[in-house]
Design a protein around this ligand. Structure first.
Ligand SMILES: [Zn+2]
Length: 161
């Protein structure tokens, strides 16, 4: 039995994009791959880096490339565009904490172990953790993906600890 309250340890961990995927994207962009674009952020809330889980600031360069958040071979397979900083950045390390930059404008999608989507909820603000924990309370839920509620792009994954 867990204790509820302010000191409660979160029941989930944040899974940012793997560093080797960010590095591969930087290499591919550097070699001119047609599906890897180098872009410059021109607004403070339009270019989320999936590796450090921060918004790129205007003027920072990023790589835009397709990422298979749900790999091919299943009905809910999904590949879509994501950004990572063009310069090396530090992978998000506070994996026990919801990333502060993404409390607004996310939808949480719950998937089962077969990678079928089984639930989804739009989340804004401080209820983020409560919704994650509610989705993870379903024993069928294997992981929860946060995506942009407007453009649908994959942002990061959350798993049970
Ligand atoms: Zn970054």
């Amino acid at each position: 039995m867990r204790l509820a309250g302010f000191m409660k340890t979160s029941d989930f961990r944040v899974v940012p994009l793997r560093t080797e995927i960010a590095e591969a994207a930087r290499r591919a962009a550097g070699s001119g791959a047609a599906d890897h674009a180098i872009v410059t952020a021109d607004s403070p809330r339009g270019f989320p880096c999936r590796h450090c889980l921060r918004w790129a600031q205007p003027g920072e360069r990023l790589i835009l490339f397709p990422f298979a958040a749900i790999p091919p071979g299943r009905p809910y397979s999904e590949t879509g565009p994501i950004f990572v900083h063009a310069e090396p950045c530090e992978r998000y390390a506070a994996t026990g904490e919801f990333p502060a930059d993404f409390r607004q404008g996310r939808v949480f999608r719950a998937y089962n172990s077969a990678r079928d989507m089984i639930d989804a909820e739009v989340v804004n603000g401080s209820e983020s953790e409560a919704v994650i924990e509610k989705l993870l309370q379903n024993p069928e839920t294997a992981f929860v993906d946060a995506r942009s509620v407007t453009r649908g792009c994959y942002t990061f994954r959350m798993e049970r600890i």
